[in-house]
Design a protein around this ligand. Sequence first.
Ligand SMILES: Cc1cc2nc3c(=O)[nH]c(=O)nc-3n(C[C@H](O)[C@H](O)[C@H](O)COP(=O)(O)O)c2cc1C
Length: 541
Amino acid sequence: MSQIRLNSNLSTNNEQVSIDPQKVAFTELDIQSKLLRMDQALYVVQNGEAVGVCLAEDLKDSVAGTSMSLLSHVEPMHVGQLGDPEFMRAYGINMAYMTGAMANGIASEELVIASGKVGLLSSFGAAGLVPPRIEEAINKIQHALPNGPYAFNLIHSPSEDAIERGAVDLFLKHGVTTVEASAFLGLTPNIVRYRAAGLSLNAQNQVEIGNRVIAKISRTEVASKFMMPAPARILQQLLSEGSITEEQARLAANIPMADDITVEADSGGHTDNRPLILLLPTILALREQIQAKFSYNQSIRVGAAGGIGNPASALAAFMMGAAYVVTGSVNQSCVEAAASAHSKRLLAQAEMTDVIMAPAADMFEMGVELQVLKRGTMFPMRAKKLYELYKNYESIEAIPQEEREKLEQQVFRSSIEEIWRQTEEHFNARDPHQIERVKDNPKRKMALIFRWYLGLSSRWSNSGEQGREADYQIWAGPAMGAFNYWVKGSYLEEVSNRKTVEVGWHIMTGATYLYRLRLLQIKGIWLPPACEMYVPQPFSV
Ligand SMILES: Cc1cc2nc3c(=O)[nH]c(=O)nc-3n(C[C@H](O)[C@H](O)[C@H](O)COP(=O)(O)O)c2cc1C
């Protein structure tokens, strides 16, 4: 019996082709190797009861072969056909694929440069870094990629406006023309200044957008702010401060705040844990409403992030209408990421269920959580314990002695007095106002002490702090486990082979491969189940 299954209602137009039977693949393995030749059209042919496949090149010189029925075919396909070509044109890239920022420089210069060298877009993990460190990264990346592509993360800092403003100052000073804006709840003068300060009119009297914004959002209310023009109130403020010109204020009133909106579903790090299959269509519908209202010349593109861990998830996003896809978690286990070897090994062993929500350092007091790895580290458990104590007690002193001792021994490995001393030292250097606010507020003091652990644990994970492995805070989402499952047994199972570019290329190539499989299914032709597996092969093969 044939390994290819045909729908009973498959309709053909009785076309016959002549082909050498030797060139037709009838077995699972042979069918798959033909399917992998994506540069070739694939034909499905029937010879009596036997159904097989062949390539365009097999048909070419087969005039003297056996006459077979041509059931169907799929065209050749390449990765550049997935997603919005305008996205690729705008950023000068080869695939509608981007790697998202990873804070504290985990998305390192090496990662961004490796991507940029082959025409892929990666966003540098500027969040959590001090301005001189960001400037160093700008210099390094611009030197290696004078014409791009690259992006820098502009993260909203609700409690430290100076940090956000300082980052924009640097981006404008050095001509960084693409930012990935994230964590914004609303528009701030900083992000509006970045956008407006890049606007001009060209010789044809058209608006030139010098500073591109890719805004990452998880909610409709934030998405709509980035899809609309900048608020007049903020533009007026910037104009009166002299930060933008009158022309820029006028132009900004007619273009959206963002060129691209990345819809972030259940992801590593900060996440609302929404399912992509629901969130993406909702934001796409919002885009249509806003486009109808403002009639922009260039419609805003909407991409997908959160849960892209294998070819099928990328293809699903494209099939729902994503202009591009963004990965995050999978890249932290790659060689270029600035995470420790120990963390990468843990990430590479993770299954999909090995992630959990745990308290976040930045918005600890508000009970905000982020998604982290739970297998191989005690961080989530210990961080949850800290939040529970914070909720239940009004001060460090109010915590029962026994609990306090446990904290000192297991979590801090030092006296609470010593931790407070280090905390004071840290904030006095960076933001003394935080220490001022603690006076007469013992609960706040407790929060700062607990945040010592939450802040350092992610740094330990990056630096590979010895003896603190059980406390590593490793941001990751379910995509990590899905990726590991997919690459099991392939060369990408081994961490030292995980290069950001190869990971991205295989996700996209696999999505392209699966697309042709789905097309055949829609036409009524079901290839053997083993063909479902796109197995990454090393680049050199
Ligand atoms: C280790 C790590 C750190 C991250 N840090 C940031 C960040 O600083 N800024 C940001 O916009 N997104 C950050 N993200 C989110 C990613 O850029 C990306 O949007 C997300 O990981 C995509 O979802 P996924 O993890 O399911 O692939 C981080 C993600 C991870 C895994």
